[in-house]
Ligand binder design. Structure first.
Ligand SMILES: *Cc1c(COP(=O)(O)O)cnc(C)c1O
Length: 364
């Protein structure tokens, strides 16, 4: 059996680190949840016990994000990637156009899926500079009467993140998979928010969709049941068997965040953590190069390159001795990526920064 003191600093981009307190609580309740005689994995999704779990999870998520009454909260399956298809299948009608702002790999995938459904317009694409920057959204020209505008609040692979909520002339659909719950959000600025759980919320297998109620009228009649937002909402995410265990763990993460000061406190912790790593990049005299332009640096995914392949390999290899795990960059950017989501400890950022200083001094 592995020991708790041997846990590493887990920089994995996703699935990723969860709060130790949450894992311990799940462990304590594993065999007999709150004295009901069975684990959450074994109970009926139609029973009272599970109903209380999903109700509490929704209530806590609403409290954290300040979700208005007029929005539905759905716990679905299929990952954020299924939302790339479900969004246009439900919201993009014949004769309409959906606008896409492509700020990185995920936005690009979302657009590719939408193209299979209907008419789309790519209003901005950062590929020329390998997605190292973000546009000023207010300066873009959108389609008159667009069905919606799709944005990705944080591009997990390139490490660019919008620092504020967009204020746009059409319904905004936002993929928040990798920065949901990392800062306060004005939900009313969005028509629909979706996020796979496995970066900031819980285990892989559940995707949260938060959508304005009036959008439900846009789902076509007699639609595929599992892909139908209206049907999922009418059945309060229980049309079929939901990912019960994943929803339970998300619920524990929400409670953990509420106990620790909510999203403003999370934002302050995330700013402090990110600054520790970005400072190490910036004081290295060019040894490390941050991929993202400074004004769009992500608080969640810190991407940087080293002078060459050989040094990159040595850097990643040497990190292991400091219990620094999962630092390899995505192949489309190269170098290193430190994913420091909500649950990643500040101590791990300090250990990484020290290691970076040391490695640069020895190899610079
Ligand atoms: C990870 C990620 C996805 C894909 O999520 P899946 O749940 O694997 O489908 C989509 N968008 C963003 C921004 C991501 O970080």
């Amino acid at each position: 059996m592995g020991d708790i003191q041997d846990r590493v600093f887990n920089f994995s981009a996703g699935p990723s680190v969860l709060p130790v307190e949450v894992l311990q609580e799940a462990q304590a309740d594993l065999l007999n949840w709150k004295g009901c005689g069975m684990s959450v994995m074994e109970m009926s999704h139609r029973g009272k016990a599970f109903q209380s779990i999903i109700d509490q999870a929704e209530a806590d998520l609403r409290a954290l994000l300040g979700i208005p009454e007029s929005y539905k909260v759905l716990f679905l399956q299929g990952g954020a990637s299924l939302q790339f298809s479900m969004v246009p299948m439900n919201l993009l009608h014949p004769g309409e156009t959906a606008d896409y702002v492509v700020t990185g790999s995920w936005g690009k995938k979302a657009l590719q899926a939408a193209k299979l459904v209907g008419s789309t317009k790519c209003v901005w694409d950062g590929k020329e500079t390998n997605y190292d920057r973000l546009p000023d959204l207010s300066g873009l020209s959108f389609t008159e009467g667009a069905a919606y505008i799709h944005v990705t609040s944080n591009e997990t692979i390139q490490g660019v993140e919008f620092q504020s909520d967009p204020d746009l002339p059409a319904p905004v659909v936002c993929d928040m998979s990798s920065d949901i719950l990392s800062r306060p959000v004005d939900v009313a600025k969005y028509a629909l928010i979706y996020a796979g759980a496995q970066k900031n919320m819980g285990p892989a297998g559940v995707t949260v969709v938060i959508l304005r109620e009036d959008l439900l009228a846009r789902t076509p009649e007699n639609f595929h049941p599992m892909l139908d937002y209206r049907l999922q909402a009418e059945n309060a995410s229980l049309y079929n068997t939901p990912p019960c265990w994943c929803i339970y763990i998300c619920g524990l993460v929400y409670q953990h965040l509420l106990k620790n000061g909510g999203l403003q406190a999370a934002l302050e912790r995330n700013r402090r953590k990110a600054a520790i790593v970005y400072d190490a990049i910036d004081r290295s005299g060019g040894f490390y190069k941050g991929h993202a332009q400074k004004e769009c640096r992500s608080l969640m995914n810190v991407t940087f390159t080293l002078p060459n392949e050989e040094l990159t390999k040595a850097f990643l290899e040497g990190a292991k001795a400091h219990k620094l795990d999962g630092l390899k960059g995505h192949r489309s950017v190269g170098g290193s990526r430190a994913s420091i989501y909500n649950a990643f400890p500040e101590e791990g950022c300090r250990v990484l920064a020290e290691y970076m200083d040391d490695f640069a001094k020895k190899n610079g």
